[in-house]
Write a protein that binds this ligand. Structure first.
Ligand SMILES: Cc1ncc(COP(=O)(O)O)c(C=O)c1O
Length: 396
């Protein structure tokens, strides 16, 4: 084959986002007229607040339609600085903030900026789908700490076994996608005191910070201030403000790394659309309270989903303290089947035979689990989980 077709080995090794692929398949079935119970999506089911939409429309009408500054304009970065001080007790200056097209772009650019060939990044399973491929795209090596025997959780003892001289960074995602655990203050203090003794970067992905149902969200960077000089706080508008399609994410951290991320954006997506910046800054000024009703409604649905799940035999899930996912352990149930013996195969079977879309644990480096988003209607949840029950019962 001609040399021309020897594409980048690094990029060819990446897989498309499995959650987006599944969502596309569920939508395709829907377009064919088939009712699909779609629990695969990673987004709230409520619309963006009307006032936020209005601010964007006003900005468009006022002519905010040109390029904006890379890394976010000063008004948006100031709104983030105020939000971080007010809600997270974190002190940053505007030049320690960078905004991008969603937290995903920010993380991608951050990994490219931090890592060299062969560096290792510790991820704890189950972990969000994109970290692995971002790290690989940067030429570095994702090192995944498997799900502990006792179930999804992060603790220093399990991490330590995976540390090498090449470890360069550690990623914490709490509240966690996909498992919904949210580290409490004591767990964060314990992890933080372990991390502060290490010579690594700490990437604290707090994008689900508004969705912490059992205790108020606290940043590890605030609880263990010694971490601040080597940590990057990540958040965004997608999950807490139901603004997934608007693509606004941000990072706060030491200026040197923030400058690199901004430079990279100036050479890729350039900027966030300025009319979106205006709407995002307004939303951040309102803060958590703007979304309280929706957050309460998600917490109620979590309880309903847990009750429904408890009735299904041979499956279990930790009660999610945050985010909007149930991470269901189906390992025991799958032992009964000779053919549907992996969560990947079982999730395909669920979609094809029961029209239930969920994400298999393989996508999160945690085979044997299935992720269901409960940010759907209660009637869909009830029917969808009843279909899961039927599918589990028919395994033999
Ligand atoms: C843990 C985690 N981090 C980051 C992101 C990216 O969010 P955004 O939509 O802002 O790119 C997601 C989205 O699913 C996520 O679940």
């Amino acid at each position: 084959m001609s040399e021309m077709f020897n594409f980048s080995k690094r990029i060819s090794s990446l897989k498309p986002s499995p959650t987006l692929a599944l969502n596309a398949k569920a939508n395709q079935l829907k377009a064919e007229g088939i009712k699909v119970f779609n629990f695969a999506v990673g987004e709230p089911d409520f619309p963006t607040h009307k006032e936020i939409v209005k601010k964007a429309v006003e900005a468009l009408e006022a002519g905010d339609t040109r390029y904006g500054p890379s890394g976010g304009g000063l008004p948006l970065r100031k709104a983030i600085v105020s939000k971080l001080a007010r809600e997270n007790s974190l002190e940053y200056k505007p030049d320690e903030i960078v905004c991008g097209m969603g937290a995903k772009e920010i993380l991608f650019h951050l990994f490219l900026s931090l890592l060299n060939e062969g560096d290792e990044v510790i991820l704890t399973a189950p972990c969000w789908v994109s970290y692995m491929d971002h790290v690989k795209a940067a030429g570095a090596v994702p090192v995944v700490v498997p799900v502990p025997e006792s179930g999804p959780m992060v603790n220093p003892e399990t991490i330590e076994k995976y540390v090498t001289s090449k470890t360069k960074a550690f990623v914490l995602c709490s509240p966690n996608n996909p498992s919904g655990y949210a580290l409490d203050r004591n767990e964060l203090l314990k992890l933080g005191s372990y991390l502060k003794a290490k010579n690594w970067w700490v990437i604290s992905d707090e994008i689900y910070e508004y969705l912490s149902f059992d205790h108020p969200h606290e940043s590890i960077i605030k609880l263990v201030p010694e971490l601040k000089e080597k940590s990057i706080h990540i958040s965004g508008m997608a999950k807490g403000y139901a603004m997934t399609g608007w693509r606004v994410g941000y990072a706060a951290g030491p200026k040197k790394i923030i400058d690199l991320v901004r430079n990279l954006q100036s050479q890729s997506s350039t900027c966030i659309p300025p009319f979106i910046e205006k709407a995002a800054a307004w939303a951040l000024d309102q803060g958590h309270d703007l979304m309280q009703k929706e957050i309460d409604s998600l917490a109620k649905r979590r309880d309903i989903a847990m009750e429904l799940l408890a009735k299904i035999e041979n499956v279990k899930a930790i009660k999610p303290q945050g985010a909007f996912y149930l991470f269901v352990d189906v390992r025991k149930a799958l032992q009964k089947s000779k053919t549907l013996d992996t969560s990947l195969k079982f999730s395909e079977h669920l979609l094809n035979e029961y029209q239930v879309a969920c994400v298999p644990g393989e996508a999160f480096e945690a085979p044997g689990f299935l992720r269901f988003s409960y940010a759907t209607s209660v009637s869909d949840l009830t029917e969808g989980l009843s279909r899961l029950d039927q599918a589990i019962r028919s395994l033999s």
